[in-house]
Design a protein around this ligand. Structure first.
Ligand code: HEC
Length: 173
């Protein structure tokens, strides 16, 4: 019994030492080749596709399918329809995922123009005459916050319905 107590005491006393070993060494250095600090994405000059993967795909998925369970609409084959209704062009820039992303205005313009391609995510939903976004346009639109996103979106969807556009956004309503 005494031996057991003694063993228990040793374990209790040794615990802090074990924990201490798990604390990182404060004098630790970067791994070789990994010394430079991380470059912010707005300055990193990644390709548009990489920017999409890093900033958007977490919610919208790699191909823009979205996820109804997470309230994320489908962009694939649908997102171009917003350009066919008044206010839609502005809406696309002001959704939080866009306007609050870590990308700069020029990167965001490139990203939108990349999404809005017939051979891209928008696909067949593209309007007939597409006017590419510019960095200046993004700068101006981004500065105005959209106060009522669900209301704004519902209005745009209603306009689409009035034009006979099928609402294939993957959402269940
Ligand atoms: C944290 C999750 C998340 C991230 C990250 C995100 N989004 Fe979104 N996005 C959403 C959700 C949810 C909606 C639906 C509207 C809302 O609630 O904001 C949405 C709506 C949109 C819409 C409008 C589509 C529609 O049918 O209403 C576009 C366009 C869009 N996002 C593009 C992007 C782009 C481009 C990026 C990356 C720069 C991005 N989003 C990043 C979650 C996200």
């Amino acid at each position: 019994m005494r031996r057991l107590l003694f063993l228990g005491l040793i374990c209790v006393l040794a615990t802090p030492l074990v924990h201490a070993r798990a604390i990182p060494n404060p004098n630790q250095h970067h791994a070789p080749g990994n010394e430079s600090p991380q470059t912010p994405i707005a300055q990193a000059n990644y390709s548009v596709g990489v920017n999409y993967q890093l900033q958007c795909a977490g919610c919208h998925l790699g191909d823009g399918t979205g996820s109804a369970a997470n309230d994320t609409p489908r962009m694939k084959g649908f997102v171009g329809n917003f350009l066919k209704v008044p206010g839609g062009r502005e809406f696309l820039v002001r959704v939080p995922g866009m306007s609050q992303s870590a990308l700069n205005n020029a990167q965001l313009a490139d990203l939108l123009n990349w999404l809005m391609r017939e051979d891209g995510m928008a696909g067949a939903s593209m309007p007939e005459h597409y006017q590419p976004y510019t960095a200046e346009e993004i700068t101006a639109l981004r500065a105005t916050t959209m106060l009522n996103l669900p209301g704004t979106r519902a209005g745009l969807i209603k306009e689409m319905r009035a034009q006979g556009i099928a609402i294939d956004d993957g959402m269940n309503y």
